[in-house]
Write a protein that binds this ligand. Structure first.
Ligand code: ADP
Ligand code: MG
Ligand code: MG
Length: 482
């Protein structure tokens, strides 16, 4: 198959295409707040100009695995297999007392007070890079809290589809460049659907139910979230409110008997608490913020996610699951398990175990093959390649257990796509990370919904280690499957 890209000249891009991208993005809300937050100004989300080619078989494989992944993480957070998550969290809490330890402590407090709601909602995203030697998708990480860019993903696909159908990709002739449709991710409707099904499953005292989006102050990516809110109302007649962790006690009331949570101003009942914040220790600015997280955990509202589901998404858990004996406890079916294992690369602990000893050796002997990760989310936390030995040397060896050492995945570079950032554009090699969304609504015994919920492609200059779009390292992209 012909894997060529539209070959617009610099002049065509500058004089025609950039304004097409800008105006489409502004007209359709593919925007974010600029780094210097100002409530009435938005800038366009960095995008590629064209879709990036991905092998269809790898794409379809990870799409088809998503429900299995959803169920796996639901089972982990149910603490099945003899309280495995509990055991591992207790160990990890010791090494990472700043965050994992705090969350664990909070969970214990909530458990003591009583967890009123049995239903829990997982809104997940499993991220992959496609290994260039085998063309297989390999998992970068599995996110169980605050997964973002679902709405932007739908929009960038629509942008590319527009540019193609409007003939902008072949500036001279004005015809379509791609004869086949450019796929558009259904993540906006599917993520909203997951929230809606959870809200509908909530046994409210009245029909006046809302979904509470827990958000950060001055959230730059607010429009990605708002698009899901608009979809919730439009497609499901479900209203939403936006509350920061720090403002929760001012904006809501908790009925001490029923543990039901209400919006103070309107008296509406909060059916679902959807975290688009709270994944990083820096967000808990005071003890009050921790208390507010606890209040949410003990409330009758359905959490997306509850603390155990949040904890099941640590990098440590991901590392442990690469051990087939451990994975087998959750995935007894050998065929499914092998499929899942084929998406893993090697991940080592840096502890006293045999594998940990091996990891420690490799970290110093061949650091260029690895990335070192702490138990943190949100980008910018990892240590790469040659920096690893220096970084470890500065730590006490007993604290190395708070990190995992992961084999670097080497994806193919794409050299013909163009990255658009504001008025600038770059034709530099990029690499792409594919995310697959999934929603699962479950309780201790049953699964009430388990769905694949769309995809996301983010691309970044291949020279940069991290790929955060908001952080300025990356951009949103769409796919052409071959
Ligand atoms: P976070 O939870 O902060 O997003 P990630 O595990 O996704 O942490 O790491 C951040 C980025 O680092 C990824 O988006 C990817 O670009 C890069 N990265 C992480 N793990 C690997 C890996 N094994 N191989 C290559 N790049 C990786
Ligand atoms: Mg993450
Ligand atoms: Mg990530």
């Amino acid at each position: 198959m012909d894997l060529s890209y539209p070959n617009l000249s610099e002049t065509e891009i500058k004089e025609e295409i950039l304004s097409e991208v800008h105006q489409w993005a502004l007209a359709n809300g593919l925007v974010m707040y600029p780094p210097a937050f100002s409530s009435e100004q938005a800038t366009i989300v960095p995008t590629t100009l064209y879709p990036t080619y991905l092998p269809r078989s790898s794409f379809e494989k990870v799409v088809s695995l998503q429900k299995t992944y959803n169920k796996l993480y639901a089972d982990i957070s149910r603490d099945s297999s003899g309280g495995w998550l509990t055991q591992e969290s207790i160990k990890l809490a010791k090494y990472d007392n700043e965050f994992t330890g705090k969350l664990w402590e909070l969970y214990l407090k909530a458990k003591k007070q009583g967890i009123a709601q049995k239903l829990r909602l997982g809104i997940f995203r499993s991220d992959y890079l496609i290994d260039k030697r085998t063309n297989e998708a390999k998992q970068v990480e599995f996110n169980t809290i605050s997964v973002s860019f679902g709405a932007s993903s739908t929009k960038v696909g629509e942008l590319h589809d527009f540019l193609n159908k409007a003939g902008k990709y072949s500036a001279n002739s004005g015809d379509r460049f791609y004869q086949s449709e450019i796929p558009v991710s259904d993540s906006t409707p599917l993520l909203a659907k997951g929230l809606a099904i959870a809200a509908e499953s909530y046994q409210g005292l009245s029909e006046r139910k809302v979904v509470a989006f827990i958000v950060q102050d001055n959230e730059r990516n607010a429009f990605d979230q708002r698009t899901i809110e608009f979809q919730l109302l439009k497609a499901h007649c479900i209203k939403s409110v936006r509350i920061t962790l720090g403002d929760l006690h001012n904006r809501t009331t908790l009925d001490p008997e029923s543990k039901r949570l209400f919006v103070k101003k309107t008296g509406e009942e909060i059916a679902v608490v959807y975290f688009r914040a709270g994944y990083s220790p820096s967000e808990y600015k005071s003890e009050r913020d921790w208390e507010n997280r606890l209040l949410l955990e003990t409330s009758y509202a359905i959490k997306a996610p509850d603390i155990l589901t949040h904890l099941s998404g640590t990098k440590k858990i991901q590392q442990l699951l690469t051990d087939e004996d451990i994975l087998a406890k959750f995935i007894p079916d050998v065929i499914v398990r092998k499929q899942m294992l084929s998406t893993f690369v090697k991940i080592y602990p840096l502890d006293d175990s045999a594998l940990g000893q091996e990891g420690k050796k490799l970290a110093f002997k061949s650091p260029s093959k690895f990335v070192l990760k702490p138990q943190r989310e949100g980008g910018g936390n990892n240590v790469y390649k040659q920096d690893i030995p220096l970084f470890l040397e500065k730590l006490d060896e007993k604290d190395w257990s708070a990190y995992i050492l992961m084999e670097l995945i080497e994806p193919n570079e794409t050299t013909e796509n163009v990255v658009v950032r504001g008025n600038s554009f770059f034709r530099e090699p990029i690499i792409s990370e594919l995310g697959i969304f999934g929603c699962i609504l479950f309780d201790d015994t049953d699964v009430h919904l388990n769905e694949y919920s769309g995809w996301l492609l983010r691309s970044k200059f291949s020279g940069s280690n991290e790929g955060g779009v908001a952080a300025g390292f990356g951009c949103v992209d769409s796919v052409m499957l071959y």
